[in-house]
Design a protein around this ligand. Structure first.
Ligand code: HEC
Length: 199
C-alpha cells in the first residue's frame, strides 16, 4: 500500500500508522504525537458525520428529498469547510464518482479510495476501517486521515439506482455532470478526508 501511495502521490512518508499496528522502531514521543493526531482526526470525522446526517434527516423530514437536495447543494461545501476550520482541520468529502466536481480526490486520496475499494471487494471493509499517515509536503508535516463512507438505505433516495423523476430532474439542474448515482446499500460511496497541520 505504501509503495503505491508514494508512487502515486510522490509524498515523503514520515510516520505510518494503520490503526492497530504500530512500529516498534518509533520512539515513545513520536508514537504519542501520532496517536494524538489520529485520535483528533477520528473525533472530527465522527462529529462531522453526525452533523451532516442530522442536517440531512431534518430536511428530509421537513420537505422530503427536494428540500434536502436544495439545502445540501447550497450548504454542504460551506458546512464542511466551516466544521473543519472550527476544529483546526481541513475536511473534504471525496469519491471516485463525484456529484460535485469539487469533491474529486487528490492523488493521495485517490490511492486510499482504491485501497478501500479493494478491501470492500475482498469483504474486509468494516466500520473500523480507516487510514492515517503523517506526510511531508513542501517541508510541512501534515496528518492525513481517511474514513470510508458506505451507502445506507437513506442514501438511495439521492444516490441509488431508481431515483424518483423529481429527484432526477433536480439533480440534473444542479449537477449536470453528476456521477454519484447507481449505488446499492453497502457500497463504498467515498470517504471523509481530514488534514491537520502537525505542529
Ligand atoms: C436528499 C438527497 C441526498 C441524500 C439522501 C444523500 N445525499 Fe449525498 N449528496 C447529495 C448532494 C446534493 C450532494 C452534493 C453536495 C455538494 O454540492 O457538495 C451529495 C454529495 C455527497 C458526497 C460528496 C461527494 C460527491 O459526490 O460530491 C458524499 C460522500 C455523499 N453525498 C454521501 C452520501 C451518503 C453516505 C448518504 C447517506 C447517508 C447520502 N449522501 C445521502 C444529496 C444527497
Amino acid at each position: 500500500m505504501l509503495k503505491r501511495i508514494m508512487q502515486t502521490a510522490g509524498v515523503v512518508v514520515l510516520l505510518v500508522a494503520v490503526a492497530g499496528c504500530s512500529s516498534p522502531k518509533q520512539s515513545g514521543n513520536a508514537q504519542s504525537a501520532k496517536e494524538k493526531y489520529l485520535a483528533n482526526a477520528r473525533t472530527i470525522a465522527t462529529g462531522f458525520q453526525k452533523e451532516l446526517s442530522s442536517v440531512l434527516k431534518k430536511h428530509l423530514l421537513a420537505g422530503g428529498p427536494a428540500e434536502a437536495i436544495a439545502v445540501c447543494a447550497d450548504t454542504a461545501q460551506e458546512l464542511t469547510r466551516a466544521f473543519g476550520e472550527s476544529r483546526g482541520a481541513t475536511i473534504r468529502r471525496v469519491t471516485s464518482k463525484p456529484r460535485n466536481p469539487a469533491d474529486a480526490p487528490d492523488d493521495f486520496e485517490k490511492a486510499i479510495l482504491e485501497e478501500f475499494a479493494d478491501l470492500k471487494q475482498e469483504g474486509r471493509l468494516t466500520a473500523k476501517s480507516e487510514y492515517f499517515e503523517i506526510v511531508e509536503i513542501d517541508g510541512k508535516k501534515i496528518a492525513r486521515y481517511l474514513k470510508p463512507l458506505t451507502v445506507v438505505p437513506v442514501c438511495l433516495k439521492c444516490h441509488g439506482q431508481n431515483l424518483s423523476p423529481e429527484v432526477t430532474s433536480l439533480l440534473k439542474e444542479r449537477y449536470p455532470s453528476d456521477k454519484a448515482v447507481g449505488y446499492k446499500t453497502g457500497d463504498l460511496r467515498g470517504a471523509i478526508s481530514i488534514m491537520i497541520d502537525v505542529e
